[in-house]
Write a protein that binds this ligand. Sequence first.
Ligand code: GLU
Length: 287
Amino acid sequence: MQPASTRPVFRFAPSPNGYLHLGHALSALTNYEQARAAGGRHLLRIEDIDPTRCRPEFEAAIYEDLHWLGIDWEEPVRRQSEHFVEYAVVLARLERDGLVYPAYESRAEIARLVAERAPWPHDPDGAPFYPGASHELSSGERARRRINEPFALRLDLAKALARVSKSISWTETGDGDTHEVTATPERWGDVILGRKETPASYHLSVVLDDALQGITHVVRGFDLYEATSVHRLLQEILGLPAPVYHHHRLVLDTDGKKLSKRDKSTTLRELRAAGLTPADVRRAVGL
Ligand code: GLU
């Protein structure tokens, strides 16, 4: 076997905000099998940055469901909630470099500003581009409001793009052949990278953790394909290496919609309780 430092590193990175369903099974099995085929390592990361939605029983269920599927991973598991300080340090650095600014508008104010200016651009996740003017505040005003008011820390997209002289792309293997995809972070506007009370968003924590854990191959659902543009931009401004990305097809419900954690009928525990075997699950997800 190759030494650990030169072996490819894969990870499955679920959020414990519900029970795993068939879509997660496809993701986890694809990761695990690609890691094994490549003689690589397989890590598990618990993406629990949102304390309002993540629960310990969902985390325990993740371990149980993955073991039932026959998947294993290296210990220790990385839990993002244990690393808020690391994310905060990077955010502070980005803010010092002028690449991130605190935005003070509440969700309601943002909705009002956007309604006044309709039609207004939205990002691929459906969130409106930032309509406010917090990035124009003087540094004194910024410092004063920072103490007293809640805020979201937003990426200053224009400044970030100015730092990156060349066009950014990623290597994609999701549809069979390996090819370069040009990243289009401008479609995301000034995304939120943290909040006053939670110093990390998905975009920031996923990029930092992939780098910290030495992930060489990111295998995940096609629903995160567009987000890869933001991830590549963050990797460039933070000087982090870019993994190879593999965005796999999604498992759809009978109406052709993406499976959701709210839809109980396809959770792995329901299917197991109904007598399905891991082999049945593999068939159900088309493996
Ligand atoms: N935690 C994310 C999710 O459960 C996946 C993140 C990723 O694979 O990049 O959807």
